[in-house]
Design a protein around this ligand. Structure first.
Ligand code: ATP
Ligand code: MG
Length: 602
């Protein structure tokens, strides 16, 4: 009956349905984690196409990562069927790249322009500055500058910037163009420039994409914001969806203020909120709210846990270990217990489905951390126990050793060898071997491990693309490591907190819940209020990835940068510590009390 009443929106609750069925014009959906934002926006597009006669080719869905785009494409295929092929699902970067591919001549780019990956950008910068070290330092500075502030073109950048990055930028861009290249930031900056300066092109894209949705709107940066304002002015059909309390990309130029001023930019926009969390157990929702409350950007946050199954009342586990190795051992031991205590002995038993009979597999588990360095101890321990793991960051795929070479070989091979229907997975392997074959014996020894690692990393992506080499190369060029997570892999996921955004797992460990790791800061330095607030949001994002089991661990003593130091607990968990949502456990020896004498010396 529900289906008959609500059609495609039957899979949504009443709040979600109200949001998904807003007829036209701008719309803001503000909602906390796990409330079905992504699900709602996907259903909204399906509803528009199937039930409101919106042409699929006029729909543009913008997602934060390539992986999210892939997932949304799959869901739309299921919901909408054949017309889904005409819906554009893109990240800002892939949208920008399509604009450049369609209009290279208007930007004085050669038709066959290339996109410089991190290594190539570095080479160009090093040549321009004549200094490797300066190049390394300037690359992130230039990128951040370009994404967070106004000038979008080489000429407008000149003069109004002080500092080294501003100085070098015009020369760097000129050198890129000489080589027929654009860089990642150009993928946004050039289309914005084009849309700003050419009214005809602007109108063309406005007509093309008359229905736009943007997921994770809280993390747009200046260029992305400007692109949206150009594509969707005044009363356009723009749906923005997000959660200000999950804004975690300021370090890359994102600015949550764009979200907060949506209703000024689009005064006609209704604001709809979703309040029911379907993802996490009751204690996880309550505990996460405790952690975010002192810094929340959503004054009247309303978030209620909907789950009432057997797992819904699992309490959050706070664990205190002696050092990072003991912390990793706790993670491995707990995984072993969760998997039924047999995994240490019968590893070849294969994946045990998390959903079907309620038993967990390695693929249901994520270990999240603030800094990449923390993954080492966990990886080592998992390897020691023979537990499979896949580690992914939010860095670009091309920044990973070996990926660049494989990509170059693939592009070279695909222009010289006729397409012969060879699956890519095989092509990737072939490209890796071809690259290794060009090296001398000693270079090969140096590169071989990285190249094999890269093949492993790229395999799930390659499988997705089958024989579509161009599509695969495009994906690798624009993707982050996290986009290459294989969701079906029978392996524990090791992710940075940033990379875990938007994802969910039945079991989540957040390791290193310590002051100076979460929040992250150099010992002895203070964070600005803004930076501290962002770290708190990162903690909130991490906690809310968990469906059933959440473990927050810390080491009492940790070695960082080669130096072992005593730590203090994360201040974000202060209120959680004595609450009924959490239980604590301890494997660290009690710290020896300082004597009165020692105290007087401190
Ligand atoms: P985040 O803020 O982390 O991105 P989100 O708001 O986008 O979260 P989703 O990922 O869309 O949330 O949904 C969270 C989980 O809740 C998913 O497993 C989804 O399938 C489930 N879910 C959402 N809405 C419903 C619903 N109406 N009925 C049942 N399950 C739902
Ligand atoms: Mg989401």
């Amino acid at each position: 009956a529900d289906t008959a009443d609500h059609g495609i929106l039957a899979g949504l609750d009443s709040e979600q349905r109200a949001a998904a069925s807003v007829p036209e014009g701008p719309l803001l959906i503000v909602a906390g984690p796990g409330t079905g934002k992504t699900r709602t926006v996907t259903h909204r597009i399906a509803h528009l196409v199937l039930e409101r006669e919106v042409p699929a080719r006029e729909c543009l869905a913008i997602t934060f990562t390539r992986r999210a785009a892939q997932e949304m494409t799959e869901r739309l295929d299921t919901l909408v069927g054949a017309p889904a092929r005409d819906i554009t699902v893109a990240t800002f970067h892939s949208l920008g790249l399509s604009v450049l591919r369609e209009k290279p001549e208007l930007l004085e780019l050669p038709a066959d322009f290339g996109v410089a990956d991190a290594a190539e950008q570095h080479r160009v910068l090093a040549e321009v500055t004549g200094d490797e070290r300066a190049a390394r330092r300037l690359r992130p500075a230039i990128s951040r500058d370009r994404r967070a502030s106004a000038p979008a073109t080489p000429d407008s950048a000149e003069g109004d910037r002080d500092g080294e990055a501003g100085d070098v930028l015009p020369r760097y861009l000129a050198a890129l163009r000489e080589r027929g290249l654009v860089d990642y930031d150009d993928l946004l900056a050039l289309p914005v420039h084009l849309l700003e300066s050419d009214a005809r092109v602007r109108e063309e894209y406005r007509q093309r994409f008359r229905w736009i949705t943007v997921d994770e709107y809280q993390d747009v940066d200046d260029l992305q914001y400007r692109m949206l304002r150009l594509l969707a002015p005044g009363e356009a059909n723009l749906t923005a969806i997000g959660d200000p309390d999950q804004a975690i990309y300021a370090f890359r130029g994102a600015d949550v203020r764009f979200f907060l001023r949506f209703t000024q930019d689009y005064p006609r926009a209704p604001v709809v909120s979703l309040t029911r969390n379907y993802r996490s157990g009751t204690h996880i929702v309550a505990g996460a709210l405790r952690a975010i409350r002192p810094g929340t950007l959503v004054a009247d946050r309303d978030l209620r846990a909907m789950r009432d199954d057997a797992n819904a009342t699992q309490r959050i586990q706070l664990h205190r270990a002696a050092d990072e190795r003991a912390e990793a051992a706790y993670v491995a031991r707990t995984i072993d217990q969760l998997l039924g205590g047999t995994s240490l002995h019968s590893l070849d038993s294969g994946r045990v489905e998390g959903d079907g009979d309620g038993r967990l597999g390695f693929g249901d588990i994520a270990v999240l951390y603030r800094t990449d360095a923390q993954s080492r101890a966990v990886l080592d321990e998992l390897a020691r126990c023979g537990f499979p793991a896949q580690k992914r960051s939010h860095d670009p795929l091309t920044a990973r050793g070996g990926v660049e070479h494989i990509l170059r070989e693939l592009t070279r091979a695909s222009t010289t060898v006729p397409s012969d229907g060879v699956a890519v997975v095989e092509r990737v392997r072939g490209a890796a071997e071809a690259f290794l074959a060009t090296l001398s014996e000693s270079d090969r020894a140096e590169h071989a491990a990285a190249v094999h690692g890269a093949v492993e990393l790229l395999t799930p992506l390659a499988e997705r693309y089958g024989t579509d080499v161009a599509g695969f190369c495009h994906e690798v060029l624009l993707g982050a490591e996290v986009d290459a997570v294989d969701p079906r892999a029978d392996a524990v996921s090791l992710l940075t907190l940033h990379a875990a955004k938007g994802l969910e797992f039945p079991v989540v460990f957040v390791v290193g819940c310590e002051d100076s790791l979460l929040p992250l800061r150099w010992p002895g330095t203070e964070l600005s209020d803004d930076a501290l607030a962002e770290e708190r949001r990162l903690c909130f994002v991490g906690m809310t990835r968990a469906r059933d089991h959440l473990y927050l661990t810390r080491a009492v003593r940790r070695t960082r940068h080669g130096e072992a130091r005593d730590t203090r607990p994360s201040p974000f968990l202060n209120e959680l510590r004595d609450s009924s949502e959490a239980i604590t456990s301890d494997t660290a020896p009690a710290r020896p009390r300082r004597s009165a004498h020692q105290l007087s010396l401190l």
